[in-house]
Design a protein around this ligand. Structure first.
Ligand code: HEC
Length: 150
């Protein structure tokens, strides 16, 4: 019985995206609404996972990336769950992320071949990774899984 309770507790900790198991929150994560930033991140993750196969095939289109730019822009201003954990490096990473999305757009505009598409796509995901190494290590494995093999 107590073993089950411990297992359930660990599972709950794993389900909280940003938390390491050793710093499980006291509040119940299933009750908490996602923050503005967490909601934006979920959209970004879904969008990039959706494009992964096309990036792999080298069949990304301008339209694919065009709509993302506006949807991902709130990364700069959205309120995070724990503002006190946002470091000074955050705005730079946010700008770099959007700049890499623009670079992907430009590559497609210049009719990038498959290799160039993969390179530009992976550069975007690498920016997710860099920011997360400093801010929110929980989703790193999922983020790395979005990268495309060359
Ligand atoms: C500029 C820094 C930064 C960049 C770039 C960034 N993230 Fe995040 N991400 C964060 C922070 C900070 C949080 C925590 C948000 C919160 O809890 O309010 C987060 C949260 C998340 C979460 C958890 C959301 C949830 O359900 O709680 C996922 C998944 C995620 N990011 C994936 C990504 C992906 C995929 C990318 C790139 C496409 C990306 N992130 C780019 C900083 C960043």
């Amino acid at each position: 019985m107590s073993k089950i309770a411990v297992a359930a507790g660990l599972l709950a900790a794993v389900l909280v995206a940003c938390q390491q198991q050793e710093s499980a929150p006291k509040r119940n994560p299933r009750v908490a609404e996602p923050s503005e930033l967490a909601a934006t991140m979920r959209t970004m993750t879904a969008d990039m996972e959706e494009l992964q196969a096309k990036a792999q095939a080298g069949t990304l289109t301008l339209a694919d990336v065009e709509s993302l730019r506006a949807a991902h822009e709130p990364i700069k201003t959205a309120t995070p769950t724990k503002p006190e954990e946002i470091k000074e490096s955050y705005p730079g990473f946010a700008e770099a992320y959007l700049a890499n999305l623009d670079a992907l757009y430009d590559a497609l505009k210049n009719q990038a071949d498959r290799e160039a598409q993969i390179e530009a796509f992976n550069a975007v995901i690498a920016t997710c990774e860099s920011c997360h190494q400093q801010h929110c290590p929980g989703p790193l494995e999922r983020i790395r899984g979005i990268k495309v093999a060359e």
